[in-house]
Design a binder for this molecule. Structure first.
Ligand SMILES: Nc1nc2c(ncn2[C@@H]2O[C@H](COP(=O)(O)OP(=O)(O)O)[C@@H](O)[C@H]2O)c(=O)[nH]1
Ligand SMILES: [Mg+2]
Length: 346
């Protein structure tokens, strides 16, 4: 999963990037597009590692892309270049400034910034959809295609994000490759001042984030960026002192998994213990394709042990002799924590 950190200059995108990745990229205006990958902490993988002692242990990964805003202190506005970089992201994390930044004029206005960002995205999408709608009409496209563009157009005209239109009401297949901004899953990170590090989300922001079908969390990026460079024990101590329940990275990943409806399944063995990320509802054949396309193509069956069952019995052999190993076909819906063995033939 690739998440783009977006937002206006000076909102703390690069600081959030450092927080998430534990890197130390220089903050301040400008900068270049940077990508950092973090492993998704998962204590189930830790446990499985302890049981199998595999040669290799692989956690799920999440990539963050720091998309710099405009140069200079011009707060509002996204250039065509920035918009294009934002289109390349699978999901967006909008960083909102809720702290005093001496380099910027004006008080923090996270709600106003959220509105401004949303409006920019709506206009960019509207322009795109409008063009496509006109073309579809001119070229006498099928009525269903024209209708889909009209549904999208109407939503955007009333400033509703496309992500809020249910699957059944919009044929998204037609929009592939358009890079529509308001259709991207959106996570809003409210970047607060040090003395608000553990404050809850302000209710007005919370309400608006919900209306936009986004997910939200608050963090103090500058404090958390410092924490990110500490060892685990020191980190826990520091967080407790500040009254923060979990590190920004942990909370971010939890929120992102919820927003994107992601689950993990595992493969285990002496060679490797590994987590694989899929969307909830993914069927076994498709999920197997994550591991290798051959496994999807030549899928025969999946042998499934839920994580809890595995722990209860302690080994695959014990699960088998207890009659708890399940054999599932291609349409089995993979569950969070399933340990899978895919049988295939190509
Ligand atoms: N007080 C405070 N300052 C922050 C926080 N996050 C970022 N900053 C500062 O705000 C400035 C801009 O941050 P930066 O990450 O470069 O913003 P970007 O332009 O969005 O990438 C830097 O001086 C940061 O140190 C925060 O949570 N609290
Ligand atoms: Mg930056």
């Amino acid at each position: 999963m690739k998440i783009g950190l977006v937002g206006f200059a000076g909102s703390g995108k690069t600081t959030v990037f450092n927080t998430m990745t534990g890197l130390d990229v220089p903050v301040g205006f400008g900068g270049e597009v940077r990508i950092g990958t973090v492993r998704v902490p998962d204590e189930r993988i830790d446990r499985l590692h302890g049981i199998f002692h595999p040669k290799k242990t692989t956690y799920a990964e999440m990539s963050f892309c720091d998309v710099p805003g405009e140069h200079g202190a011009e707060k509002k506005g996204l250039s065509p270049k920035t918009l294009q970089q934002i289109r390349d992201q699978e999901a967006l994390c909008l960083v909102l400034r809720d702290f005093d930044n001496p380099a910027l004029e004006g008080k923090p206005d996270p709600l106003g910034d959220l509105e401004a960002f949303h409006t920019e995205c709506v206009f960019a999408d509207l322009e795109m959809i409008d063009k496509r709608l006109q073309r579809a009409k001119k070229e006498h496209a099928s009525p269903s295609e024209v209708a889909a563009f009209q549904v999208a157009h109407a939503a955007l005209e009333s400033e509703r994000p496309l992500r809020s239109i249910p699957e059944a009401e919009l044929d998204r297949g037609l929009f592939k490759g358009f890079g529509l901004l308001t259709d991207r899953p959106l996570l809003v990170a409210v970047n607060v001042a040090e003395d608000h590090a553990s404050a809850p989300m302000p209710p007005d922001l919370e309400r608006r984030i919900k209306e936009l079908d986004a997910a939200g969390l608050t963090l103090c990026a500058s404090v958390e960026a410092d924490i990110a460079t500490m060892g685990a024990a020191e980190q826990a101590e520091f967080l407790r002192e500040l009254g923060i329940e979990a590190s920004a990275l942990d909370r971010f990943i939890r929120t992102a998994y919820g927003l994107l409806d992601l689950i993990a399944y595992f493969t285990v063995g002496e060679d490797e213990v590994r987590a694989w990320t899929v969307t909830r509802g993914t069927k076994a054949r498709r999920a197997a394709g994550k591991i290798h396309s051959d496994l999807e193509r030549g899928f025969i069956r999946a042998e499934v042990i839920p994580y809890a069952t595995f722990l209860e019995h302690g080994s695959e052999a014990a699960v088998k002799s207890a009659g708890k190993l399940r054999v599932e076909g291609q349409d089995y819906v993979v569950q969070d924590g399933d340990i899978l063995h895919v049988r295939f033939n190509v």
